[in-house]
Design a protein around this ligand. Structure first.
Ligand code: ADP
Ligand code: MG
Length: 390
C-alpha cells in the first residue's frame, strides 16, 4: 500500500528499521466528588463497566490500563510514563496526552492539585483531595515533575556527564501559542528540514542541570497559563499546555536526542459544543480547532487512512511527530464517575476506544547530526508527502 511505501521512504532516512508500535491507551477514573449515583465501575486493571442510566445493559470497555479512583499518582506515573523516560534517554521521542472533559482530572494527573485562591462552590470541593493547600504534598505530585525528577535520577545514577536536559513549556489558547516560561506575545510555528521538524520560533528552551530549577520553572510556567481567577476552571479548560523535555547525550556516534512531550489538553466537552448551532458555534470554532483536529487525526490514524491532515491546527502540527510514528505515545483519558457526567464520560470512553486501535511505526534512535544531510531528507520527505496525497 501507499502507506507502507511512504514509511519505507522515511525509515530509509534513518539507520535502523521501523518497528510497529501501538498507541497505549489508559483510562483514569477520578474519585467521586459527591455521594451520588455512579455511571462507571472499574472491574479490573484493564476494563470497566459503563452504565447509560438503565437504557441498556452496562457496557464493558477494555483498554491497556484502567486506573481506579484510589490509584496513586505514583502508580499512574510508573505504568504510563516511566517506561517512556527510559526510551527518551535512549534517544527516542515519546508523548503523553491527558485527555478528558473539564473537571475529569487531567491537570491533577499532569501537575497535581493546583492551589486555588478562591474556594469553589461547595459541591465542587473534593472530599479526598488536598487542593486547597498552597503546596502540593509529595504523593500528589503529577507526571510532569515526576518525569523530570526521574530523568535527572537516571542521568545521575548512570553517571552520564555528556548529557544535556532542556525544557520548553507552551500554551495554545485560541490557536495562539504562548511561551509559559517567558510569557509575551504570541509565537509562530516554523517548519525546518522540509517539514520534518516543526519548531516554535522564539520559544525559550531552558537548559539546566538542576532538577530544582526545572521544577521551579514548571510551577512558575503553570501560573502563567491563561486563567481568570473568577472562573479558573472555565478558562483554563480551553487551553492546551505542552511541556517538552529534551535530553541530548553525546556518544561516539554523534549526539543522541530524545524528547518527551507531556500535554494537558483542553477540555474535550468543547469539541462537542463546537458542532452545535447558534451562539456557541462562534466561540467554539476557534477555541476547539486544535482538539477537533486532534480527533480527526485520531480517527484517520485508527481507520488506517493513508493521508492524515496534521495541518489543521497548531496542536496537531506540533504533535505530528508524536502521532505519526516517530514516537511512543500514551493517551490517558480521564473520566468522572458521577452519573451527571454520563454523556461526557461516554464520549471519552468511545474516543479512547478508537485511539486504542492506532498503530504507529516507531523508529529507533535518531542522531541529530543526521540533519546535516538536509537536502536528501528534504526530497525524501517531499516524495513521501506526495505519495500520501495520491
Ligand atoms: P481538569 O484538569 O480535567 O479540568 P482537574 O484536574 O482540575 O480537572 O480535576 C478536577 C477536580 O478533581 C480537582 O479539584 C482535582 O483536585 C480533583 N481530582 C481530579 N483527579 C483526582 C484524583 N485522582 N484524586 C483526587 N482528586 C482528584
Ligand atoms: Mg485542567
Amino acid at each position: 500500500s501507499g502507506g507502507s511505501n511512504s514509511s519505507q521512504g522515511r525509515s530509509m532516512a534513518t539507520a535502523q528499521p521501523a518497528q510497529e508500535e501501538r498507541l497505549v491507551v489508559a483510562v483514569r477514573v477520578r474519585p467521586s466528588l459527591e455521594a451520588t449515583e455512579r455511571c462507571i465501575e472499574v472491574i479490573s486493571g484493564g476494563s470497566l463497566l459503563y452504565d447509560d442510566g438503565g437504557k441498556s445493559r452496562p457496557r464493558q470497555y477494555s483498554y491497556d490500563h484502567v486506573f481506579r479512583e484510589n490509584d496513586t499518582q505514583e502508580q499512574v506515573y510508573k505504568t504510563t510514563t516511566a517506561p517512556l523516560v527510559r526510551d527518551v534517554l535512549n534517544g527516542l521521542n515519546a508523548a503523553v496526552f491527558a485527555y478528558g472533559a473539564t473537571g475529569s482530572g487531567k491537570t491533577h494527573t499532569m501537575l497535581g492539585p493546583v492551589p486555588r485562591k478562591k474556594p469553589q462552590t461547595a459541591d465542587r470541593a473534593p472530599p479526598t483531595a488536598t487542593c486547597d493547600s498552597t503546596d502540593v504534598s509529595s504523593q500528589d505530585i503529577g507526571l510532569m515533575v515526576r518525569a523530570i525528577e526521574d530523568i535527572f535520577s537516571h542521568i545521575e545514577s548512570a553517571d552520564v556527564d555528556s548529557c544535556r536536559v532542556s525544557i520548553s513549556y507552551l500554551e495554545i489558547y485560541n490557536e495562539l501559542i504562548r511561551d509559559l516560561l517567558n510569557p509575551g506575545g504570541p509565537l509562530e510555528l516554523r517548519e525546518d528540514h522540509g517539514g520534518q521538524r516543526i519548531t516554535v520560533a522564539g520559544l525559550s528552551e531552558i537548559t539546566t542541570s538542576s532538577r530544582k530549577e526545572v521544577v521551579g520553572l514548571l510551577l512558575k510556567g503553570n501560573k502563567a497559563r491563561t486563567m481568570e481567577p473568577t472562573a479558573a476552571n472555565q478558562t483554563s479548560s480551553r487551553s492546551h499546555a505542552l511541556l517538552s523535555i529534551t535530553v541530548q547525550t553525546r556518544t561516539p556516534l554523534g549526539t543522541k536526542q530524545g524528547r518527551l512531550f507531556l500535554t494537558d489538553l483542553a477540555g474535550s466537552e468543547r469539541a462537542k459544543k463546537t458542532k452545535n448551532r447558534g451562539k456557541r458555534l462562534q466561540e467554539g470554532a476557534h477555541i476547539n480547532r486544535s482538539l477537533l483536529a486532534l480527533g480527526n487525526c485520531i480517527n484517520a490514524l485508527s481507520g488506517g487512512a493513508r493521508y492524515v491532515n496534521y495541518r489543521d491546527s497548531k496542536l496537531t502540527r506540533l504533535l505530528k511527530e508524536a502521532l505519526s510514528g516517530r514516537c511512543k505515545t500514551v493517551m490517558i483519558a480521564h473520566v468522572a464517575p458521577e452519573s451527571k457526567h454520563r454523556d461526557e464520560t461516554k464520549n471519552t470512553l468511545v474516543y479512547a476506544d478508537r485511539a486504542n486501535s492506532i498503530t504507529t511505526k516507531l523508529q529507533n534512535s535518531v542522531y541529530i547530526d543526521e540533519f546535516k544531510d538536509f537536502p536528501t531528507k528534504h526530497y525524501q520527505s517531499l516524495v513521501s508527502e506526495l505519495r500520501d496525497e495520491v
